[in-house]
Design a protein around this ligand. Sequence first.
Ligand SMILES: Nc1ncnc2c1ncn2[C@@H]1O[C@H](COP(=O)(O)OP(=O)(O)O)[C@@H](O)[C@H]1O
Ligand SMILES: [Mg+2]
Length: 145
Amino acid sequence: MTPWRMSRSFLSSPPSVTEARRFVTAFLSGWPVVDTAELIVSELATNAIRHSASKRFGGRFYVGIQAHHDRVWLGVSDEGGSGAPAMLSPDEEQEGGRGLLLVATLADSYGVRGDENGRTVWAVMLVDTATASPTPLPGAGASSA
Ligand SMILES: Nc1ncnc2c1ncn2[C@@H]1O[C@H](COP(=O)(O)OP(=O)(O)O)[C@@H](O)[C@H]1O
Ligand SMILES: [Mg+2]
């Protein structure tokens, strides 16, 4: 499978969380990590809208997917701001506070890069190549044996 990458920008409004999830579903359809990727992108997109400078009127966030035969990288980039993503400890958690914990649990690795000018929270999901045959990028013309 030829590695591929895809990205899209979204307006920072709540309906875009659903759109971002559909974007991920569309491109990772048939991959064993699709459900995990959907959950992760929902949490990260929600965080971008709620907590980063993307929440300004007209703000945007970006979703990137990079697919390799044995792993998928998923990133949500925001417009930065003064606060940074930080996993809350259980006693700090109130109604929410579980998003990043969920991401850390579901992903094989995850991290944050960037600064107040823009941050990307990313997650990598490993694909079990013994049981899976990931599909190539739809419409890319690559043959799948
Ligand atoms: N993209 C982001 N930009 C700035 N701060 C963030 C971002 N994502 C998360 N955070 C910070 O990390 C905290 C933990 O995020 P999360 O675990 O998703 O909990 P919640 O969103 O419910 O507060 C948030 O409360 C927020 O302070
Ligand atoms: Mg959250």
